[in-house]
Design a protein around this ligand. Structure first.
Ligand code: PEP
Ligand code: MG
Length: 589
């Protein structure tokens, strides 16, 4: 009978950083210390106990500082993620509450600290928003570092690993990820995290394949197992058969050759065979990622998600702090456009006490523009920073989650107020910038003709449009098989927006994940999307895809697609029609 352990197994997670690697698994337990004992501390010893806690925090902080100082050159842009961790060490929620608990309950520091951290974890438990979840992860990483100092356990130092391996971990903090040496660590597999997590961002910056959000990875994969990680499809194969190894070995070579080939002319514009130029832009979450857009040949920034700067600190950033970040990006990209999307935050509780009172349904709650219109001071601070940064290059402003004309009018009214206040103060700024909206709520699609009267451009956000139109929670892995970009309902919505844009002279862009997938490009071109924006690494492949397509043929093809009743039939048609032309560009399992 076959040994079940020896059988090849295919596991599925989130494709967080593209590419393929094959190698031995190296399991790292970054979970830290779970078992701590509780004991009472006499009144007279409480001061010493508190001092012991403070020393542990200081040592943990010093350790992180030295990690930041020793961060390799190529990761310097990401060191600011770790700098935000430094601030968290003295976060009231952790620091003050632990000291209070030691004093009030007269218990040892480990126990008090563990109790406080458990409280924070349970507050975060029901939060669905991925950004907030990831900020909760930051707090947990910091607390694990403190706990290890308190109980005197040293963690595995990723930077000390001296074999060529693939890291497999429950979770990896950005500090751990920043210690990765790419000549040693070939790839990453984690149970936690996703594309938008800081560790996902670092993996992409290092250009190592990563699959994240793979449930039970540390149980299903054993130390030293031979594994294949395909970060383009989110597949991990354990104990692969000879044939599978040969197959993936071939894919790996083709992927590398392809990357080299497409990167050669990624700095040139992408023009179809019949002369249509399609700007290919980058999406960024942090200002430092603008460098990656430039490096991969992006024609500008089609989506600057600005919420990270709000979610990583204990308070909201000041106008001057926002201005400095925006200015850097705008100057770096000038004269290419930078589309700054205003705050897409998931509820005011992100600042004050959101831990105590999470929304039941954050995706349908006080998110994005709804939050900003309810908090005009926060909104105007950001708008003023954007208008000031606009002086340094080519800025567009974009409002997220628009669902009605009133919201756009109100947002524009506040933008005017922000401009007026700058004028009164004699500040230098630019008023004449292009204004656009994300089209990501179905009502915005239905109202597109009226919304077109208010704005200069639309940008289709497929990540949310699919979520809201098909009623599929984008973060829920149980329904992820229904999250279909090629669902005919989605395609019809995109067609409607493109048609309205054409009639009304409003440009139609796309900045959802769909825009970065080569196989979808013929359809997007055929529907009449004017500009595409994606994660920077996908830019070369998408540009090279556009260059082998004819816009006219793609238009005819889109007509055919619109008659197909299901996502699988659309996919079949795409493969029949374009499978050959795009065979080297499409990642399949
Ligand atoms: C989208 O919804 O498609 C989008 C690009 O925005 P985000 O992923 O930031 O919600
Ligand atoms: Mg969105």
């Amino acid at each position: 009978m076959a040994n079940r352990d020896a059988e090849e197994t295919k596991l599925r997670g989130i494709a967080a950083s593209p590419g393929i690697c094959i190698g031995r698994a190296y399991l790292v337990d970054q979970e830290g210390v779970d078992v701590v004992s509780k004991y009472s501390v006499m009144e007279s010893n409480l001061r010493d106990e508190i001092k012991r806690f403070k020393t542990a925090v200081k040592n943990a902080k010093d350790e992180l500082r030295s990690i930041i100082e020793n961060t390799p050159e190529e990761l310097h842009p990401h060191a600011n993620i770790l700098e935000t961790h430094l601030v968290l060490f003295e976060d009231k929620m952790l620091y003050d509450r632990t000291i209070e608990t030691i004093e009030k309950e007269k218990v040892n520091a480990e126990w008090a600290f563990k109790k406080v951290v458990s409280g924070v974890k349970s507050m975060f438990q029901n939060i669905k928003n991925s950004y907030l979840k990831e900020r909760a992860e930051d707090i947990i990483h910091v607390s694990q570092r403190i706990m290890r100092k308190l109980v005197g356990v040293e963690a595995v130092n990723i930077g000390d690993i001296d074999k060529r391996v693939i890291l497999v971990a429950h979770d990896l903090s950005p500090a751990d990820a920043s210690q990765i040496k790419t000549d040693k660590i070939m790839g990453l597999v984690t149970e936690r995290g996703g594309r938008a997590s800081h560790t996902g961002i670092i993996a992409r910056a290092l250009e190592i394949p990563a699959v994240m959000g793979l449930d039970h990875a540390t149980k299903l994969i054993k130390n030293d197992d031979l594994i294949i990680v395909d970060g383009s499809t989110g597949i991990v194969i354990t104990r692969p058969a000879e044939q599978t190894l040969a197959d993936y070995g071939g894919r790996q070579i083709r992927y590398r050759e392809y990357q080299t080939a497409v990167s050669r002319d990624s700095h040139l514009l992408a023009e179809t065979t019949d002369g249509f130029i399609v700007p290919v832009m980058g999406n960024i979450e942090l200002s430092d990622e603008a460098a990656s857009v430039v490096e991969h040949g992006g024609d500008g920034i089609g989506l600057y998600r600005t919420e990270f700067q709000y979610l990583s600190g204990a308070r909201f950033p000041k106008e001057s702090e926002l201005f400095e970040k925006y200015k850097r990006v705008v100057e770096m990209m000038a004269p290419k456009p930078v589309t700054i999307r205003t705050l897409d935050i998931n509820g005011d509780k992100a600042v004050n006490g959101f831990f105590d009172d999470a929304e039941n349904n954050p995706a349908l709650g006080l998110r994005a523009i709804r939050y900003c219109l309810k908090n005009p001071d926060v909104f105007k601070t950001q708008l003023r920073a954007i208008l000031r940064a606009a002086v340094f290059g080519n800025v567009r402003i974009m409002f997220p989650m628009i669902s009605s004309c009133e919201e756009v009018r109100e947002a524009k009214r506040l933008l005017n107020e922000a401009a007026d206040s700058l004028a009164e103060e004699g500040e230098t700024f630019r008023r004449d910038i292009k204004i656009g909206i994300m089209v990501e709520v179905p009502s915005a699609v239905v109202m597109a003709d009226l919304l077109a009267e208010e704005v200069d451009f639309f940008s289709i956000g497929t990540n949310d449009l699919i979520q809201y139109l098909l009623a599929i929670d984008r973060d829920n892995t149980d329904v992820s098989h229904l999250f279909q970009p090629l669902n005919p309902a989605i395609i019809r919505m995109m067609k409607h927006v493109c048609d309205v844009g054409g009639e009304k002279g409003v440009q139609v862009f796309m900045c959802g994940e769909m825009a970065g997938e080569p196989l979808y490009i013929p359809l997007l071109l055929g529907l009449g999307i004017n500009e595409l924006s994606m994660n920077p690494q996908s830019i070369p492949a998408v540009k090279s895809t556009i260059r082998v397509l004819s816009a006219k043929d793609a238009g005819r093809f889109a007509e055919d697609v619109l008659r197909r009743p299901s996502a699988s039939e659309v996919m079949k048609l795409l493969r029949n029609e374009y499978g050959d032309i795009l065979s080297d560009k499409v990642y399949t399992e």
